[in-house]
Design a protein around this ligand. Structure first.
Ligand code: C2E
Ligand code: MG
Ligand code: MG
Ligand code: MG
Length: 278
């Protein structure tokens, strides 16, 4: 029967394809009800000043613990949420929860929220932010919106306009995962990002003595400095990497070395404690 199998090979991989589509459909169905089912939670990862090592902000990172599928990685459900546009309601929830939590922290600590291109292209996205701030009482200057270079791909003009509206509210904008997307320096010329986040891959490269990674980090730091933007090194995992990054002149550091993403309660007690010690 080998000949039949060869001749009808599509019958053999059809089930796999089908299973994949089926799994996706199930996951999508579960994602649709994740918020109502109380399965979503925000974790918060500290970002520290490279010199003082004091916490300057937390990045809000979404966690999904599905009753049906168990914990699902953001690497899996964020792209699914983007494809299905569920990221719009989910992102609204993230924004509100992140602002609500940040309003309880000391005044000097900001919260950074990841925003997808699909959200940015929603006509009323800036008013979603206005509402989240109003509902939670968080001052605009304590909210930082993180976007990746990919938000400029589809409709760069609209994305840029919305980011300008958000900046006009008093929020800051960070350029996330810098160097991994379709890097174009054009928007660095016209958009006033407050922070460029150097992707973890460069930090890891530099830590392994990659001359290319070192050169790129140096160049990004110099460029950010002359554009009056700060830099955050992502994915710093030990003391050695932290020392290297400090030497390279990054302004801020984020990574497991200074803290993993943690539940809101833990983040809160960390900053309250930090304050009492100071
Ligand atoms: P990101 O915005 O670049 O977030 C940083 C990611 O790096 C997080 O992964 C964080 O847990 C991880 N990370 C931080 N420090 C270290 C480290 O020292 N070593 C290593 N190996 N990893 C580290 P996470 O939480 O799995 O999120 C992955 C991505 O999912 C995020 O990347 C972001 O693009 C997206 N994401 C997460 N939450 C949201 C959200 O609420 N909305 C949107 N639109 N995207 C989100
Ligand atoms: Mg981010
Ligand atoms: Mg990042
Ligand atoms: Mg990333």
């Amino acid at each position: 029967k080998a000949k039949d199998e060869g001749g009808n090979s599509h019958f053999q991989y059809m089930p796999a394809l089908h299973a994949h589509a089926e799994e996706r459909r199930k996951l999508e169905g579960a994602l649709r009800h994740a918020i109502a089912n109380d399965e979503m939670e925000l974790h918060f990862q500290p970002v520290v000043d490279a010199r003082s090592e004091h916490i300057v902000s937390f990045e809000a990172l979404l966690r999904w613990n599905s009753k049906e599928h168990g914990p699902v990685s953001p690497a899996k459900f964020i792209p699914l949420a983007e494809d299905t546009r569920l990221i719009v309601p989910v992102g609204d929830w993230v924004l509100r929860e992140a602002c609500r939590e940040a309003a309880r922290w000391p005044d000097e600590i900001k919260v950074a929220v990841n925003v997808s291109g699909e959200q940015l292209l929603e006509p009323a996205f800036a008013s979603t932010i206005v509402r989240a701030l109003a509902e939670t009482g968080l001052p605009a200057h304590r909210l930082e919106v993180e976007v990746t270079e990919s938000v400029f791909l589809r409709d760069g003009r609209t994305a840029r306009q919305t980011l300008e509206e958000i900046m006009a509210l008093g929020c800051s904008i960070a350029l996330d995962d810098f160097g991994t997307g379709y890097s174009s320096l054009g928007y660095l010329r016209t958009l006033r990002f407050s922070t460029i986040k150097v992707d973890r891959s460069f930090v890891q490269g530099a830590a392994q003595d990659s001359q290319e990674s070192l050169a790129i980090i140096r160049a990004v730091v110099a460029m950010a400095h002359s554009l009056d933007m700060s830099t955050t090194a992502e994915g710093v995992e030990d003391a050695e990497q932290a020392a290297l990054i400090r030497e390279l002149g990054c302004t801020k550091i984020q990574g497991y070395y200074f803290g993993r993403p943690m539940p809101a309660q833990e983040a809160r007690s960390l900053v309250v404690k930090g304050r009492q010690a100071a």
